[in-house]
Write a protein that binds this ligand. Structure first.
Ligand SMILES: [Zn+2]
Length: 161
């Protein structure tokens, strides 16, 4: 099953779009894309714990060709955002050393655990997409509100357990 293309376009779109630059492309010979006939895929893992299996992961496959096309289109339509992004981008292979990967992982975890501004900002981007949106476009009060909402959602999830 390929569900990468059927996702609602508003949600997670811009975020995942840039994210795929970091994902490795893998070749799966017996998994053929119905759109382009290719066998190159980007994979994404999400934790999806269940009671039976707390370590359960969800794997999503996205067609590498389609993703590249979407990214190119986005870069063309958002030249300023793209320039800004390329300027800030770490050189290729930067996260290949275990130390840097671990540092990035811990930083992301800390930001998520404490609902830091950076994390909340990324959650907002996930919802609204990132076309033309800059960090400075989002007022602090919006970030504070979103943080409260995320906190409530977490507390509710905790109660459901
Ligand atoms: Zn394809």
């Amino acid at each position: 099953m390929v569900n990468g293309e059927q996702e609602s376009p508003g949600k997670c779109w811009g975020f995942s779009l840039l994210n795929q630059l970091f994902m490795a492309t893998i070749d799966i010979p017996d998994k053929i894309c119905p759109h382009c006939g290719g066998t190159k895929w980007k994979t994404e893992y999400r934790k999806k714990p269940t009671k039976a299996d707390p370590d359960k992961k969800l794997i999503r496959y996205r067609c590498a060709v389609k993703g590249k096309e979407r990214l190119d289109r986005w870069a063309e339509n958002n030249p300023d955002r793209w320039k800004y992004y390329v300027k800030r981008r770490k050189p290729e292979g930067y996260y290949k050393t275990p130390e840097r990967r671990e540092y990035a992982r811990l930083k992301a975890k800390r930001e998520s655990d404490n609902l830091e501004d950076n994390f909340v900002y990324r959650m907002i981007l996930r919802e609204v997409g990132m076309d033309g949106l800059k960090r400075s476009d989002i007022p602090q009060r919006h970030i504070n509100l979103k943080r409260k909402q995320l906190l409530l959602t977490r507390q509710l999830k905790q109660l459901e357990k």
